[in-house]
Design a protein around this ligand. Structure first.
Ligand SMILES: *[C@@H]1O[C@H](CO)[C@@H](O)[C@H](O)[C@H]1NC(C)=O
Ligand SMILES: *[C@@H]1O[C@H](CO)[C@@H](O)[C@H](O)[C@H]1NC(C)=O
Ligand SMILES: *[C@@H]1O[C@H](CO)[C@@H](O)[C@H](O)[C@H]1NC(C)=O
Ligand SMILES: *[C@@H]1O[C@H](CO)[C@@H](O)[C@H](O)[C@H]1NC(C)=O
Ligand SMILES: *[C@@H]1O[C@H](CO)[C@@H](O)[C@H](O)[C@H]1NC(C)=O
Ligand SMILES: *[C@@H]1O[C@H](CO)[C@@H](O)[C@H](O)[C@H]1NC(C)=O
Ligand SMILES: *[C@@H]1O[C@H](CO)[C@@H](O)[C@H](O)[C@H]1NC(C)=O
Ligand SMILES: *[C@@H]1O[C@H](CO)[C@@H](O)[C@H](O)[C@H]1NC(C)=O
Ligand SMILES: *[C@@H]1O[C@H](CO)[C@@H](O)[C@H](O)[C@H]1NC(C)=O
Length: 514
């Protein structure tokens, strides 16, 4: 065999190793074969025997299609490593519920942290949406989706205000210790054998709607939603929305209301706890927006009406409505009309209270409080303002979005990081100086400008420290200084973007990035 053939064999089938290394260690060192491009990108897929889920469609078809579309050795290698990452590494357990033998469960970890986030797991699966078709087989991608939806439903039925969860009891996997949460004081209280962390983030609830709509839209499998606990969960989640709708720091007599949720943590980081002994900063109720105590970065909000999370919720309420319609009204107290009406209320709230004027132009604020204060910034994590078209809230040509976008991608955004390695939006989670490639990917997915897309692709390629995975954040001046070597969601998002560009911008992918 030629050296090139050997490389292909190694890429697709791996080189056998005696036992499976911890992927956290594996992801921080380089592995042969290298890309052969100027970025000298490592191979980073685990040995086939160590992969946590095999999808032949991806391994045998998609990778070859992309190989033809992406001649650049470095860009193609990054795709090979990144796109399968959730399937290769993050399906920690798959099985069935004890009390319901045909109820599939999938415990999907976020990567380097041994817990399942509602937001991450929905997004990790979202990146495989182009490959999803109806399939009742237990080793299908559809089964993996069903398992995530069923397990999320179980989590939401007991702890709808929490963001990250422990393995299901059926897996036999011991709950992970979370030392930073051990002294948290949270209302409502929770059980730490099922909850890993309990930060209330509005987008976690929207994430359940997202994965439900994704699965239904791709498969049309309405019978799945009639089985198990999906209807019960939607009704439960809607009750949470109902009470949140009337949430406010003060009641109409000016008295402090009993909060639906409060949280304090012992920490030296301001973003890890809530002001006012766990209430968060005051917010004025009844304006059509939903409070979020924390952001999708798991950092505390400054003003609790987080606009991107409200945008995401509005869209996914609309997207879930067809499921309820198809299920027939009598089986669920909450109907499709409830979902679309609530979405309309939120849309009105966003348009009335979420838009402010900066430098003479109307822009969406990242957060508002209903009293008139607004936070002008963006954070890399999705849902972000930059991602508003991706989360289905508006069209990328929307004028207010375009105004917002040009502000966010400039030094008028306090969290826009600039450096010789990469310039991208970051956030307080890792602090000033650290740019997030996830934000570059979102920038590409929301751009029609070939030059901009090409520049962002080049920056992403030069930001992996030759390791060939999408890192959480990178010192904008030094790619060896990065956070989270194994951040599964961002890797899937990169692959999703390459597939999207294969359709939308094939000429951009056909370029050399050397
Ligand atoms: C690529 O990286 C590997 C591992 O660090 C190194 O051994 C090799 O010399 C590099 N190749 C080139 C062409 O720089
Ligand atoms: C994936 O396939 C490999 C063989 O190519 C096998 O060794 C491994 O056990 C499979 N993984 C799963 C989760 O089935
Ligand atoms: C269902 O999924 C399995 C496992 O991925 C696959 O082998 C089979 O071809 C799929 N069936 C259909 C009809 O797509
Ligand atoms: C759960 O909380 C108890 C009591 O604080 C503690 O002893 C235990 O270690 C915690 N378990 C986990 C998995 O964190
Ligand atoms: C999925 O979404 C597309 C586009 O929005 C729509 O045309 C299609 O009917 C949807 N499919 C299902 C099963 O809802
Ligand atoms: C809804 O009702 C229609 C008409 O009675 C029926 O054909 C359909 O199967 C029902 N759908 C579900 C999911 O039960
Ligand atoms: C980023 O890296 C540069 C060069 O190594 C260093 O000077 C700077 O302090 C780093 N930034 C942060 C925020 O650590
Ligand atoms: C396209 O992007 C490039 C690079 O970011 C920028 O200089 C240019 O002005 C953009 N073109 C348009 C039409 O916005
Ligand atoms: C870049 O960051 C690494 C890791 O933090 C550090 O060891 C190195 O000194 C930095 N390089 C420069 C030029 O500052």
């Amino acid at each position: 065999m030629s050296a090139m053939m050997l490389t292909f064999v190694a890429l697709l089938f791996g080189i056998a190793t005696a036992q499976c290394p911890d992927y956290l260690d594996y992801s921080t060192v380089k592995h042969y074969p290298y890309s052969g491009g100027s970025h000298n990108i490592s191979y980073q897929r685990p040995d086939p025997a160590c992969r946590t889920f095999n999808l032949s469609l991806l391994n045998d078809v998609v990778i070859f299609d992309v190989m033809r579309a992406v001649p650049d050795l470095d860009l193609f290698r990054l795709f090979i490593n990144a796109y399968p990452n959730t399937l290769d590494t993050a399906v920690r357990w798959k099985g069935y519920a004890t009390d319901s033998p045909d109820e599939e469960l999938t415990f999907l970890v976020t990567g380097d942290i041994d817990a399942m986030w509602l937001r991450d797991s929905s997004n990790q699966m979202h990146s495989y949406l182009p490959l999803l078709t109806a399939n009742s087989s237990a080793d299908s991608l559809a089964s993996l989706f069903r398992g995530v939806i069923n397990l999320q439903a179980r989590y939401l039925l007991t702890s709808p205000y929490c963001n990250a969860f422990q393995p299901p009891i059926e897996s036999g996997i011991a709950p992970a210790n979370n030392p930073s949460a051990s002294q948290d004081v949270v209302f409502p209280t929770y059980d730490n054998t099922s909850v890993f962390e309990c930060k209330y983030e509005l987008d976690s609830l929207a994430a359940f709607l997202q994965i439900s709509a994704d699965y239904y839209n791709a498969t049309g499998d309405i019978n799945f939603f009639a089985k198990h606990h999906w209807i019960e969960t939607i009704n439960h989640v809607y009750q949470v929305f109902d009470s949140l709708y009337f949430a406010s720091t003060y009641d109409t007599d000016g008295q402090v209301k009993q909060p639906d949720y409060s949280f304090t943590r012992m920490s030296n980081r301001a973003t890890e706890t809530l002001a006012n002994d766990g209430l968060g900063n005051p917010f004025k109720g009844g304006i059509g927006l939903f409070r979020s105590a924390f952001r999708p970065s798991d950092d505390a909000t400054i003003y609790q009406y987080l606009i991107p999370a409200n945008m995401m919720l509005a869209h996914y309420l609309e997207a879930t409505a067809p499921i309820l319609l198809a299920l027939n009204a009598s089986s669920s107290a909450i109907t499709s009309a409830h979902m679309t009406q609530l979405a309309a209320v939120i849309r009105q709230g966003i348009e009335e209270h979420g838009i402010v004027t900066v430098d003479g132009k109307q822009v969406y604020a990242y957060e508002v409080d209903g009293y008139g204060s607004a936070n002008i910034m963006d954070d890399a994590n999705i849902p972000s303002l930059l991602s508003a078209p991706l989360i289905g809230y508006l069209d990328a040509n929307d004028e207010v979005y375009q105004n917002t976008r040009s502000l966010l991608l400039s030094d008028r955004n306090p969290y826009f990081m600039q450096g010789p390695v990469i310039s991208a939006i970051g956030g307080p989670h890792n602090g000033p100086g650290y740019a997030w490639p996830m934000a570059s990917i979102v920038r590409i997915l929301t751009s029609d400008n070939d030059t901009e897309i090409t520049e962002q692709l080049a920056m992403i390629l030069s930001s992996t420290n030759e390791l060939g995975l999408i890192h959480e954040s990178i010192n904008a001046s030094n790619q060896t200084d990065y956070t989270r070597p194994w951040f599964s969601w961002a890797n899937g998002l990169f692959g999703q973007m390459i597939l999207e560009l294969c359709d939308r911008k094939p000429h951009v992918l056909a370029q050399s990035f050397q």
